[in-house]
Design a protein around this ligand. Structure first.
Ligand SMILES: [Zn+2]
Length: 99
């Protein structure tokens, strides 16, 4: 299973210009709605409607991603079934010879 989008981190430069960047997960962006520099305490504050918009877009992408992963495993199994069925079919067919 691939990593959940909400656990992925983005890196933002400190708004005040500290050398160390702010690393924050999408989950924390959506729930805290701020990203704070660990060094100087300066922060970005995100709008609540933008954050909730990001959250719903993220959930949607995650749902589809999960569904595609499930379907892709199912497809692998079905391709194997198909190959086995094809092998069985070709294994010992009746033969009818014509003059
Ligand atoms: Zn800073």
């Amino acid at each position: 299973m691939s990593e959940k989008i909400e656990k992925q981190k983005i890196s933002l430069p400190c708004p005040k210009g500290c050398s160390r960047a702010i690393e924050i997960s999408y989950y924390d962006i959506c729930s805290r709605r701020e990203a704070k520099c660990g060094r100087c305490g300066s922060k970005y504050k995100f709008g609540s409607s933008e954050a909730s918009n990001l959250k719903s877009a993220m959930s949607y992408v995650q749902r589809l991603t999960d569904e595609i992963e499930r379907k892709s495993k199912e497809l692998e199994r079905k391709i194997q079934d198909f190959q086995k069925a094809n092998e069985r079919l070709l294994k010992s067919p009746d033969i009818e010879l014509k003059n």
